[in-house]
Ligand binder design. Structure first.
Ligand SMILES: NC(=O)c1ccc[n+]([C@@H]2O[C@H](COP(=O)([O-])OP(=O)(O)OC[C@H]3O[C@@H](n4cnc5c(N)ncnc54)[C@H](O)[C@@H]3O)[C@@H](O)[C@H]2O)c1
Length: 324
């Protein structure tokens, strides 16, 4: 049984506590949170031990589950790695690129596993197409959220867009060639809304819009590739594929279209979306990677790459703002 220490029991930390209860290969041994009111509430609701400092909890656990604010990720991760403890750390991996680089180096020199909380990789709508051959040449993404002060200590790029950056980097197997970006700090001191165009060496272009000042929520990714359109609705957990019909393939609906090359039959396929809890699944998969000694689904390198692109985007936005 893997012993889990939970660091940070705020909004997301409580979701983790609930999910750890359901995971058979692990058990929470205690938590550390410096906020007395939050900690007392956790003791009452979960009846788990509060540790007086991070060091004593790290000494007791096998897995440090870090859900503290991002500016504490590095120091908590560093302490845990130096004690040889596995780490699940929320996204983004760290606060700065220097910290992220240092963590990648420390993990490489150690024998520990580290997974980053890019939970959308476990979203059932994405899992529904994960086994498909994805080679998009154009990607359109909208991730729109209503304003909530939680998370606004960082820009919308590091708060929301980083989820889509990670998903795109996991799909497009090519290096980034160019980034163009613009963003506006409407409600806070950092960009609250941004539009970004990422060009890859293989010709793929991803156009991402993220906002945390919208009236309506949306989390949609649309992939266009040679033979298909794939729509992934992360919010409503729905996936749709529209493609030229092949005789062998089962579809939900089809219709004919007249084209200059004659009549074509178009298939609409709504793949089975698995009924999974994404947070539970990401924690379970992390435990499996420790037990089976395999690379975690979202490794420290994945976390680093997503941060690297996010920081390049922020540099572009800063440059454009200075020059206007
Ligand atoms: N994967 C996702 O979709 C997702 C969603 C929300 C938040 N997050 C990430 O999770 C982290 C926490 O976000 P949240 O919304 O739960 O924030 P929150 O403010 O609700 O909770 C943070 C908690 O950490 C505690 N804390 C402060 N300093 C600490 C320290 N040094 N050690 C341990 N705990 C400490 C605070 O007292 C608080 O209880 C952030 O890194 C955020 O980016 C990820």
């Amino acid at each position: 049984m893997l012993k889990v220490g939970v660091f940070g029991t705020g909004h997301l930390g409580k979701f983790h506590l609930n999910n750890w209860k359901e995971i058979k290969s692990a058990k929470v041994v205690g938590f550390y949170d410096p906020d007395d009111a939050i900690a007392n509430d956790v003791i009452e609701k979960y009846q788990i031990e509060r540790y007086p400092n991070p060091e004593s909890l790290i000494a007791t656990c096998d897995i440090a589950d870090i859900i503290a604010p991002t500016n504490f990720h590095f120091e908590l991760c560093e302490k845990a790695i130096r004690q040889g403890k596995h780490i699940f750390v929320e996204k983004p991996l760290a606060n700065t690129m220097h910290e992220a680089r240092e963590l990648v180096k420390l993990v490489k020199e150690s024998k520990i596993k580290l997974q980053v909380g890019h939970v959308e990789r476990f979203n059932p709508a994405f899992l529904a197409v994960a086994s498909m051959s994805l080679y998009p040449m154009f990607i359109e993404v909208h991730r729109l959220a209503q304003f909530n002060p939680r998370g606004t200590e960082v820009s919308v790029i590091l708060d929301l867009m980083i989820h889509d950056i990670d998903i795109i980097l996991s799909i497009v197997k090519s290096e980034v060639k160019n980034i163009a970006a613009s963003g506006v700090a409407v409600m806070t001191e950092t960009p609250d809304i941004a539009n970004v165009r990422i060009e890859f060496n293989n010709g793929c272009v991803a156009n991402l819009t993220s906002s945390r000042i919208s009236m309506k929520k949306m989390r949609k990714m649309r992939l266009f590739q040679k033979d298909a359109y794939i729509g992934i609705d992360f919010l409503n957990k729905k996936t749709e594929i529209i493609k030229l019909k092949t005789s062998s393939e089962e579809d939900n609906f089809s219709f004919d279209l007249d084209t200059i090359n004659g009549k074509k039959t178009i298939s609409i396929i709504q793949p089975q979306v698995p009924e999974v809890n994404a947070i539970k699944l990401e924690l379970e998969k992390f435990c499996e990677s420790i037990i089976d000694d395999t690379i975690p689904v979202v490794s420290e390198l994945d976390g680093y790459r997503a941060m690297d692109i996010a920081h390049q985007i922020l540099q572009k936005i800063k440059h454009n703002t200075i020059n206007t």
